[in-house]
Design a protein around this ligand. Structure first.
Ligand code: MN
Length: 315
């Protein structure tokens, strides 16, 4: 049974690679890694078909837990391994399970399309649909220290225009996430609104794409999860220290692409071409690490098998 499904997964992977070669985009179908809570039925079901453009109308497309594009410990020391494991495998997975439950038997729109009307649609869509989208976004906008690049000249210029300087921007962003400003659970965001950058913050799993949100509405290009589950094991009461350390693991390559997209009115999604391009930076860092390992030098991060398998689709 295991061997047979592995063969099926391989066949699907090959079909996916062909499809991607044609579309020159990265597929985000979760690879069959051990210990991923995603059900095999989901991996081989509607999600794969949808990624190949084969899902018929009315198909029940269960959302899937995307694998991290790096190892659980790859963001240390900014974010510790255990926090990443629990955050991804338990918290993110719970939002996933609950939004799938809410939509069981119904057609599931691309998760991005659900955000705008999520508050009106009710708590399952707002909390679980929002939480699922926000965390998909969160994993992609982080990268191991040294592999996330820098803000593009265009984005850096816009940050200077809006906030005075990069340091001023960071200080304002950190202040918006401090417990006194965002009391309790929520997120802090850098958004594009009418072509300009703004900082805003949302409670719970709301995000700035949601109509009627208690925040400035706009397109998020950067966001930090300030729920206690995102930092408590390592930082306890020191949320500001977590936010400060987080800058080291921002994937600016992703943010740069999403900024360009946002100026065109497009919100971040896992299957955007800009997202796939941003992952190339991580891939290059991985290759450099492998080369250094061969030559005997050490490197302080490694990548998990999920990432390896995931990248096969795009290379
Ligand atoms: Mn979270």
């Amino acid at each position: 049974m295991a061997r047979r499904s592995r063969g099926l997964v391989l066949a699907v992977a090959l079909a996916g690679a062909f499809c991607i070669a044609v579309r020159t985009q990265l597929s985000w179908v979760p690879p069959p890694t051990e210990g991923q809570p995603t059900a095999r039925r989901q991996m081989l079901g509607a999600g794969v078909l949808a990624s190949l453009g084969l899902a018929g109308p009315g198909a029940a497309n269960a959302y899937e837990l995307p694998p991290l594009p790096y190892a659980f410990d790859a963001l240390e020391p900014s974010i510790d391994k255990e926090t990443m494991q629990i955050h991804h495998d338990k918290h993110h997975n719970t939002y996933l399970v609950n939004i799938n439950k809410a939509l069981e038997g119904k057609e599931q729109p691309p998760i991005l399309d659900m955000q705008k009307g999520a508050i009106k649609a009710g708590p399952a869509f707002r909390n679980s649909g929002g939480g699922y989208y926000n965390h998909n976004f969160f994993w992609l906008e982080m990268a191991p220290k040294g592999s996330g690049g820098e803000p593009s000249a265009k984005l850096a210029g816009a940050i200077n225009d809006a906030f005075g300087s990069m340091d001023d921007f960071k200080a304002k962003f950190e202040a918006a996430g401090a417990p006194g400003a965002r009391f309790g659970s929520g997120w802090v965001w850098l958004i594009v609104k009418d072509g300009k950058l703004e900082i805003t913050s949302t409670p719970n799993q709301d995000n700035p794409l949601m109509e009627g949100v208690d925040a400035t509405e706009g397109i998020p290009i950067l966001g930090i999860d300030v729920w206690e589950h995102a930092y408590y094991l390592k930082y306890q009461w020191q949320r500001p220290a977590y936010i400060k350390a987080w800058w080291d693991v921002v994937n600016w390559n992703a943010v740069n692409g999403w900024y360009e997209d946002a100026l065109q009115g497009k919100a971040p999604s896992a299957d955007a071409a800009s997202t796939a391009a941003a992952m190339v930076g991580i891939k290059k860092a991985k290759e450099a690490a492998a080369a250094q390992k061969k030559s005997g030098a050490s490197f302080n991060f490694k990548f998990n098998t999920g990432f390896e398998a995931g990248m096969q689709f795009g290379s």
